[in-house]
Design a protein around this ligand. Sequence first.
Ligand SMILES: Cc1cc2nc3c(=O)[nH]c(=O)nc-3n(C[C@H](O)[C@H](O)[C@H](O)COP(=O)(O)OP(=O)(O)OC[C@H]3O[C@@H](n4cnc5c(N)ncnc54)[C@H](O)[C@@H]3O)c2cc1C
Length: 435
Amino acid sequence: MSASLLDQAAAAASGAAANTTTDAPTGDGQPAATVALTALATGPEWHAAAHRCAAIAAQHADAVDREARFPVEAFDALKGERLLSAMVPTAYGGAGLSLAEIGTICETLAQGCASTAMIYAMHQIQVACIDSHRGASAWQARLLAQLAEQQWLLASATSEETIGGNMRTSACSVELDGARFRIEKLAPTISYGAHADGILVTARRTADAAASDQLLIVALRADTQLERRGGWDAMGMRGTCSEGFRLVATGLAEQILATPFADIADQTMLPVSHTLWASVWTGIAIDAVNRAKAFFRAQARAKPGTMPPAGLRLAEAVGLLQMMQARLSVALDAARAAHQARNGATPADAPLAAMLGFASDMNTLKTSISATALQVVQQVLMICGMAGYKNGTPYSVGRHLRDLHSAPLMINNDRIAQNIASLLLAQRPAAPGRP
Ligand SMILES: Cc1cc2nc3c(=O)[nH]c(=O)nc-3n(C[C@H](O)[C@H](O)[C@H](O)COP(=O)(O)OP(=O)(O)OC[C@H]3O[C@@H](n4cnc5c(N)ncnc54)[C@H](O)[C@@H]3O)c2cc1C
């Protein structure tokens, strides 16, 4: 029964994993990072806990990046603070935090280690999909409770070989045999797949179904075989360990979310992903700008009474960063309003124009924040010059830049821009005199 499956996975999570992967090495013995987090932990307990975890993540960020290894120390801390279940409803043992609060945690973590923040964001996206679309499934409810109890980490396998970044189509399909399922997927990228306790996998409903008729399945570690097909020696986000795998998973039919994946993607996965990714990228930019400010102040102190030459660039970087923060804040308001509208009305009641507008806004959020964050850090590099270019100084931003170069590619901005264009075309202006 479902409970036994979950219990098997609990055993796997505590070290008796039955999958075919090997774990990354733990511990790095590296010295603490030169730049510590300066922000004081204020506000509620989860906020202070996020700052404590970010400080630990920052200590190991350079080693995680250099060795392209999973940020073990940061995740031990996150689990210790019970932040992996921060978005799980309180009824199932979580903290029941809102999307905006989770975004704040992502932003805070990203100021210490971008890979840690991105892994945390990707995990919370999976939690949001399960929680929003579990319906009356007892298995999915129990999964959330187990996740909170064991501090499980969830990963995602939406992309697929031959399909690329178009997550709204799948080549692989679910094989149902009575009450059990089996899926086999060639996944080019599963971030931290080898470290996850469960993976949410997209697949076609049946072997005969159209490529876009997809389901989302929760594959548990104990019943999943992962055969490595590619490594992760990447430009940035090196700690995400986003390797390629042949994934073979079995389990109970109840592990398949009842909601079609098209709805899960539109209502939850896309808006939550774009919001939390944007929070991560904003956090990276905040840390870079803090380094630029420190550099600028040091320059000013060295020559009292003179304005350092990079003043204009710093003003521009700060202005761009504030625009990112404002854009993110607008997106969070829109996501909250859409969530309330969905809960208060049937989907058929939601006006089509509002749905199209929300979808295009969530897409422009991703394309604009990903591009602007890179501009900000590029400005910081110009401000700090060689001190920013070299690794290991208090003003280094090489890792920030390399990590941020993943942002426009993580679902290619060109692909998203085409979707935005289609949505804008469908948003016909209302005729004069009509609502
Ligand atoms: C750090 C990181 C972590 C990731 N983690 C995961 C994960 O955990 N799970 C997962 O499933 N995936 C993950 N991915 C993969 C990601 O979600 C996309 O699948 C991937 O970014 C798309 O890869 P691609 O650029 O090779 O493919 P495609 O999107 O197929 O694009 C290939 C190229 O074709 C062009 N192109 C394609 N379509 C269009 C279009 N419509 N308009 C214009 N140009 C187009 C672009 O130039 C693009 O470079 C991750 C990616 C990154 C960077």
